[in-house]
Design a protein around this ligand. Sequence first.
Ligand SMILES: Cc1cc2nc3c(=O)[nH]c(=O)nc-3n(C[C@H](O)[C@H](O)[C@H](O)COP(=O)(O)OP(=O)(O)OC[C@H]3O[C@@H](n4cnc5c(N)ncnc54)[C@H](O)[C@@H]3O)c2cc1C
Length: 343
Amino acid sequence: MPSIEENVPLKSFNSLSVPATARFLARVESIADVRALLSDSDYLDLPKWVLGGGSNIVLLEDFPGLVLWNQIKGIEVLERADDVLITAGAGECWHDLVRFSVTSNWSGLENLSLIPGSVGAAPVQNIGAYGVELADVFEHLEAVDLKTGEARLFSAQQCQFSYRDSIFKQAGNQYCIVSVTLKLAKKYSPTLSYQGLNAAIEQKAWSNPTVEQISDLICEIRSAKLPSPALIPNVGSFFTNPVIAEHELQRIRVQHPKIIYFPHRTGFVKVAAGWLIEQCGWKGRRVGQVGCYSKQALVLVNYGVQSGQEIIQFAEQVQLDVKTVFGLELEIEPLLIDRFFES
Ligand SMILES: Cc1cc2nc3c(=O)[nH]c(=O)nc-3n(C[C@H](O)[C@H](O)[C@H](O)COP(=O)(O)OP(=O)(O)OC[C@H]3O[C@@H](n4cnc5c(N)ncnc54)[C@H](O)[C@@H]3O)c2cc1C
């Protein structure tokens, strides 16, 4: 049985540093731990949710149930002729896994360097950066159904990955992901087309950068652009980029010819949410204990809120302005955790 603590302050468990308390928090280190908790009569009727590194959540209130803090570790490697299958425990640190792969000279994860959080949370919103998404390297994962205790494998198709989304984000914490298996290439097949990355490579005058060089470069770019949660509490991008039809883009371009957008699936584009927010005058602006980061408007920062509700109120003002000026809806990216967020 895992160790369980009562009335646990969660401020240090979330990168936004929002104060809230969990009635119970259990550190789970194996599938057996998860199952033991699910069948324990003391916790049977309590709401439950799975916590990783806490870098993509907004705590809205105290959680009256049991938090399963996923600390399942372990990395296994299966080398094949052309590729490598890596299976990592959900509680492994994502960036450590990336560094393990790039220093082994395996390709696929380098563009996803320095994304905070755990391996187990990576499929939840199909993490992505610099033109690569988890789905691009995903093989399968194993998860325990928090209602039945049954473990099952999910293929990429069953995960229903899309832009910053998956069945796990939609299912609202029905599963505890215990391990994730990724397929990495032995031969380097770089994805370098993303604008900011491309320009940085040109500046370095690299003709054939290595996997490790790209990972280092991405760490450098990200560190310059994004605030470290240890210094300025945040969850990275607070909103996803709105996906709109090309004809809608043309409508907006009439009034806003400089609008920034990226290619998406056929007939659609992703509009840069940070640009929209900046145009509405929010970059670097602070209201009470919440603000938009001075170097990247898409990142909301916490200057000392007493509740996650203050962050949501700030976000709603930003959403309203973007809606008024551009007619576009901004969707909040992190998961909002309240007493109803349960399995
Ligand atoms: C500075 C900064 C930069 C960021 N940059 C990026 C970026 O470039 N791209 C990007 O996609 N994201 C980015 N993020 C967001 C975040 O790092 C990712 O979403 C990350 O995958 C969250 O991992 P976590 O372990 O912290 O998840 P948590 O915040 O702990 O959890 C997030 C959600 O996943 C669920 N969950 C967690 N673990 C499990 C599990 N084992 N099984 C089932 N459900 C689980 C939780 O219940 C919750 O709903 C950034 C965040 C920060 C702070």
